[in-house]
Design a protein around this ligand. Structure first.
Ligand SMILES: [Zn+2]
Length: 65
């Protein structure tokens, strides 16, 4: 198991607001888009439990109808 100690800083390829690739890292910890002049940061919330169990119960979704 490899520990992801560098998970706090993740590379963002596209701006989530204007979808441009003109992203530059900020010194304060974040990203700056030179196209729409927006500054934002990416926060790692944790691993998603959905779709991480090997797809055992992916197709048989239980509906509440
Ligand atoms: Zn942008």
């Amino acid at each position: 198991m490899a520990e992801t100690s560098h998970a706090t800083r993740q590379a963002v390829l596209y701006c989530p607001y204007c979808a441009e690739e003109t992203l530059f890292p900020l010194e304060a910890g974040g990203w700056e888009c030179r196209s729409c002049m927006r500054a934002f940061s990416v926060t790692f919330l944790g691993l998603s439990s959905r779709g991480h169990s090997g797809g055992a119960s992916g197709t048989s979704r239980q509906e509440s109808a």
